[in-house]
Design a protein around this ligand. Structure first.
Ligand code: NAI
Length: 337
């Protein structure tokens, strides 16, 4: 296949970014875009000239000029939309997390197994970030010895609109929505250990309405793996200074740290407040390059007929651990996996 013809599905906060990236991706052509929301299609009519617009996902799947769908839709829709895309013979990229329960993950895996010629890739974007890739390579080379503890956080700048309150039911809550990235990192960087037990707690620092959804704006969790490795996760929606994704990997001969200062650039300001730097403001600013790389890897995976670099089994495990953490948080009890 010389050019992969792609339909973007979902034109919200992240879908618009992915659409712009896909227009720059080598050997890809953005041929279609889908949203049930008229204003979003109006945006696409201007921003994505020449791209066929659809209100109905079924019509995208019926389009023979589409080789692959790029799903950037609410998490609660992912599993069903992946399955129908595979049945229609389309390759699939789908944003994280794969699904909000393990049964749906297994149903996707079973459908994918029926279509071995089709690729399915789940968007764990940090696996495509240059700094995380460097850390993974150093760990694989044994540069800091054997990793025994990963401490990782996903902290968003406070958004007064509290959009995530309404979004809570379809996102699965803070651990499934935010910590899922850190959970995937823990599996990847600690060498895919088997999870054994999780604990979690949390607090609402600024958005008490989240309590109605059994959700919090600051969550803390721990995971113990078979063999003794540990992971500590922190997720927040209320930071004052900006977006701060930080991961530390403690190992027998050293420590790797990714993102310890979430600096926006290399400018350092020295003034009456001291010596400081500005911070990245949101996840997109932090991972802009990684999103571009991720789209290119998806297209190359299809063209070169390579295995997907993020497997459905990886995504199912992240969901399984995220659900156990959510259960631990809601019950106040440790949960064994
Ligand atoms: P959003 O709510 O801004 O956008 C969702 C889009 O899906 C909207 O355009 C909506 O009209 C569309 N949609 C809803 N139902 C649909 C249907 N039946 N068919 C087609 N389109 C439909 O949400 P956002 O923030 O863009 O998140 C979307 C996904 O991306 C979520 O799964 C989220 O977890 C993931 N995400 C991933 C991030 C990352 O770091 N990788 C960061 C932010 C979001």
């Amino acid at each position: 296949m010389s050019t992969v013809r792609i339909a973007i599905v979902g034109l919200g906060r992240l879908g618009r970014r992915h659409a712009a990236n896909l227009q720059q991706t080598h050997h890809a052509e953005l041929t279609a875009a889908c949203s049930p929301v008229a204003e979003e299609r109006d945006w696409a009519a201007t921003a994505l000239p020449g791209v066929a617009l659809y209100a109905d996902y079924a019509e995208v799947l019926a389009n023979a000029d589409v080789d692959a769908v790029f799903l950037v839709t609410p998490t609660s829709l992912h599993a069903e939309q992946i399955i129908t895309a595979l049945k229609a013979g389309k390759h699939v990229f789908c944003e994280k997390p794969l699904a909000l329960n393990v049964e749906d993950c297994l149903a996707v895996e079973a459908e994918a197994a029926r279509h071995p010629q089709l690729k399915v890739m789940i968007g764990f974007v940090r696996r495509f970030d240059a700094s995380y890739r460097d850390a993974a390579a150093k760990l694989a080379a044994g540069s800091v010895g054997r990793p025994y503890l990963l401490r990782s956080q996903t902290c968003d700048r406070n958004d007064e609109s509290g959009f995530f309150v309404h979004f809570s039911a379809s996102s699965g809550g803070i651990f499934m929505d935010c910590s899922i990235h850190d959970i995937d990192l823990a599996r990847w960087l600690l060498g895919n250990p088997q999870p054994k037990r999780v604990w979690a707690t949390g607090t609402n620092a600024r958005h008490p309405a989240l309590a109605e959804h059994q959700d919090v704006d600051n969550g803390v969790a721990m995971c113990e793996f078979e063999g003794g490795q540990l992971a500590c996760f922190y997720a927040s929606r209320t930071q004052a200074h900006g977006h701060e994704t930080l991961t530390e990997i403690f190992a027998s001969a050293g420590r790797l740290s990714v993102g310890a200062n979430p600096r926006a650039n290399r400018v350092e300001i020295s003034d009456t407040h001291g010596v400081r730097n500005e911070c990245v403001q949101d996840f997109y600013q932090r991972f802009a390059d990684a999103f571009v790389t991720e789209a290119q890897v998806f297209v190359d995976t299809i063209r070169d007929n390579r295995p997907s670099p993020v497997t459905l089994a990886d995504a199912r495990e992240a969901t399984r651990i995220g659900l156990a953490i959510t259960q631990a948080f809601r019950s106040g009890e440790a949960v064994s996996l």
